[in-house]
Design a protein around this ligand. Structure first.
Ligand code: NAD
Length: 360
């Protein structure tokens, strides 16, 4: 099979971790006789430096013409002072909107080899952590009107949180369908005791539930959900929620699994072209040292094969190779426990090499 992949190496550790993911994809291509054609795309800080724009239209077009997009991470202190609409993160928001991806799916799963990296007590971790947060991505407060004005001699800021029934229903369906393929439990998270948009959210979810009788729907307020994720994460199978709540809860969920360097995510719309990236940022503090953990990006590439290219065996191969490499004791610094432990500390490229060896 031949697939065109738009590759955004990005800023900070982005080029290092994406480089390893591409090597892993190349190994899979050789093993299965596929051809992955990579097209480099500049976005974020790199695009600001080159074009004065975090996502020039021709770069977005390249992404839209591809079969999927693989992204490292963008941003860094160098671009902290550029105006709001030119910031690296704006490139990311525009990419998501331009690809019309409205659903961000982020697994929170504990790797057995890293169970002791979780900050939670062993008694909680032993019950298992394996859930997915389905987050609405192109609506809500991040995309509402933002303004700051002078009122009675002081600055007053407003951000609008707006959702339509159809926006809620399309992400709701992804939540129900994801749950239907898993343990069939969907938890809809909102703040319906305070927000109108959440009351509409809840109403739409319950109407949709009639179409998915096999899925058990529950409701949870976002503040309670934040507590339950650390108190008893084993209760969750799939969580579906709006943009800002999902942004915050998915970072919390990733922390309880150990390292943010291990976690991939996918963003999908109604077609098969998706955006695949690790959940972490560009980690400028460790950039250029070959010490970043490339596994989140490598697993994002595996998700791309599974969800956009219908290559489940190839995706399994990558995930199994990661697991085997961890079994063999290789660890980047972020997942290395302190003290004498018989494990091997390795850098970004060495971790990539070891994973490739286990692809077979
Ligand atoms: P970050 O995720 O980049 O880093 C947080 C901490 O985790 C740092 O100590 C970092 O060294 C560590 N870390 C992150 N990824 C790692 C990896 N793969 N291996 C080992 N350690 C890793 O978050 P931040 O410091 O808040 O943000 C840095 C920049 O990244 C900012 O400019 C921010 O806007 C941007 N950012 C980009 C994205 C994205 O592109 N999707 C997401 C989040 C943040």
């Amino acid at each position: 099979m031949e697939k065109k992949i738009a590759v955004i190496r990005g800023d900070g550790i982005g080029p290092e971790i994406v480089g390893q993911a591409l090597k892993v994809l190349d190994a899979v291509a050789v093993k299965y006789g596929h051809r992955f054609i990579y097209e480099d795309v500049l976005m974020g800080g790199a695009a600001i430096d080159a074009y004065g724009d975090p996502l020039p239209p021709e770069m977005l077009s390249k992404c839209r013409r591809s079969d999927s997009v693989l992204l490292g991470a963008v941003g860094g202190p160098k671009w902290n002072d550029v105006p709001g609409d030119k910031r690296p993160e704006k490139g990311l928001l525009r990419l998501r909107a331009g690809l019309e991806v409205f659903s961000n799916n982020r697994p929170a799963k504990i790797w057995k080899q890293l169970a002791n990296a979780s900050p939670l007590k062993p008694a909680i971790v032993e019950k298992g952590i394996d859930f997915i947060i389905v987050r609405e991505l192109t609506g809500g407060i991040y995309f509402g009107e933002h303004k700051t004005e002078s009122v009675n001699g002081e600055q007053v800021s407003t951000d609008i949180l707006k959702y339509s029934e159809s926006e809620i229903a399309r992400i709701g369906r992804i939540g129900f369908e994801t749950a239907a393929k898993r343990r069939k439990k969907l938890c809809s998270v909102e703040k319906s005791n305070v927000l109108d948009s959440s009351r509409l959210w809840k109403k739409v979810m319950h109407k949709l539930a009639e179409e998915y009788p096999e899925v058990e729907l529950s409701d949870m307020l976002v503040d309670n959900c934040a507590m339950q994720i650390v108190k008893d994460p084993s209760q969750f199978d799939v969580i579906v929620t709006e943009n800002m709540f999902g942004d915050i809860l998915s970072d919390e969920a990733s922390m309880i699994t150990g390292s943010i360097g291990m976690i991939p995510s996918s963003s999908l719309g109604s077609g098969t072209c998706g955006l695949y990236e690790p959940i972490h940022g560009s980690a400028p503090d460790i950039a250029g040292q070959d010490i970043a953990n490339p596994i989140g990006t490598i697993l994002a590439a595996a998700m791309m094969l599974r969800f956009s290219f219908d290559m489940p065996k190839e995706a399994d191969d990558i995930e199994n190779a990661v697991s085997k490499t961890l079994d063999l004791g290789f660890r980047t610094g972020d997942i290395m426990p302190k003290g004498e432990n018989g494990l091997t500390l390795c850098g970004c490229s060495k971790m990539g090499e070891e994973i490739i060896k286990n692809i077979g």
